[in-house]
Design a protein around this ligand. Structure first.
Ligand code: 8OZ
Length: 366
């Protein structure tokens, strides 16, 4: 079999959606929403549309509320202006024959008071400050000291996830991915380094999984399970998220997600954006615990992706940085063509430079 006949380039049915290939664009924070409203605008539509040949586009993290925002100029999915801005994006992607899921996001403790209403403290499972930085108007800054959510506040936060799921439908998204990875709110509840609660949301594996499962259950009351997935990062230390028992807590979480029949888990294998083998972890066991699709991510090359799909280790492979720099990544991987290098200086914030001006193969040949 020649490489381009690899199943990586063949269709896959995710839930009830037929994808033309098994290459996903990973969610990528780019900090280019409209200042003031955090609504997407025309340039964001261009960016996603340029990448519409992905089997599946997953949007950048999109905050479900002002309280859920952790960085400046990230888009939201809670105001009418944001929903309208996203509708322009999804219409443009659909016109280009693409499919796009919204990644819905609450950052929890990974935020800065200057971004929050009246300079409020970020909220978290526990009042434990992360050793991490965020990005504010003046550049990088240490995250602020959070306050612990009262148990009585949790249903309100859960309801905001469900509202964001409904808003995603109004905005024309094909589905959603819950951001359960990289040290943000769902991951903070799962991991005992951030969750020191003594109530029903902390302590045992079951208790730490409770918040994430409540989010899933609330969404499933208003949203089809075939169009819902979640991103997880069991052993990534991103944003100071560590746990003493990744196999136990993520094994349990995956089996509970499986019972609910959601479409996929999207797994950051290893350290986000870093080594894949920082901590030994059995991703095969995680995949086995979950009956839906498995999207693998982190540090995949063309060869590794072809191999993972061929060997049944993954149903889809998500690429992040490679998609920043290569709008036609699917075509380049299919051909084994060289890739443009991403420019880190333009990852977060800015203009079309480093955003919509990376050339396709055809443009490079002009
Ligand atoms: C990089 C910069 C800001 C946010 C993640 C949403 O790690 C992010 C993120 C990444 O999941």
């Amino acid at each position: 079999m020649s490489e381009d006949a690899s199943p990586l380039f063949q269709p896959f049915t995710l839930g009830d959606l037929v994808l033309p290939n098994r290459i996903a664009m990973a969610p990528l924070t780019r900090n280019r929403a409209t200042p003031g409203t955090d609504a997407p605008h025309a340039l964001n539509a261009t960016y996603y549309t340029q990448r519409a040949s992905a089997g599946l586009l997953i949007s950048e993290g999109t905050q479900i509320s002002r309280q859920g925002q952790g960085y400046i100029w990230t888009p939201g999915l809670y105001s009418d202006a944001q929903i309208a801005g996203w509708k322009n994006v999804t219409d443009a992607v659909h016109a280009a024959k693409g499919r796009i899921f919204a990644q819905i996001w609450h950052v929890g403790r990974i935020s800065h008071s200057s971004l929050l209403k009246d300079g409020a403290a970020p909220v978290a499972p526990s009042a434990v400050q992360a050793k991490s930085k965020t990005y504010v108007e003046t550049g990088f800054a240490d995250v602020s000291m959070p306050r612990a959510l009262e148990a009585s506040e949790i249903p309100g936060v859960v309801a905001e996830y469900a509202q964001a799921a409904q808003n995603s439908q109004k905005a024309g998204f094909d589905g959603i991915e819950i951001h359960g990875a990289n040290g943000y709110l769902v991951d903070q509840f799962l991991k005992d380094g951030a969750n020191q609660r003594k109530d029903g949301y902390g302590g045992s594996v079951e208790n730490r999984a409770r918040f994430g499962l409540e989010v899933v259950d609330a969404i499933l009351k208003v949203f089809p399970k075939t169009r819902l997935g979640i991103r997880l990062s069991p052993v990534s230390p991103a944003n100071d998220a560590v746990t003493s028992d990744p196999a136990e807590v993520f094994g349990y979480f995956a089996s509970e997600l499986s019972k609910r029949g959601i479409a996929f888990i999207h797994v950051v294998e290893g350290a986000t954006g870093g080594p894949r083998d920082n901590v030994a972890f059995d991703y095969g066991a995680l995949r086995k615990a979950f009956s839906g699709a498995y999207i693998a991510n982190n540090g995949y090359t063309r060869d590794l992706a072809i191999e993972a799909v061929r060997d049944g280790k993954a149903d889809l492979v998500a690429f992040g940085k490679a998609f920043i720099a290569n709008p036609d990544l699917v075509e380049r991987l299919r051909l084994g063509a060289p890739l443009n290098e991403p420019d880190r200086a333009t990852f977060y914030g800015g203009t079309e430079k480093g955003y919509t001006d990376y050339p396709t193969l055809a443009q490079a040949a002009e």
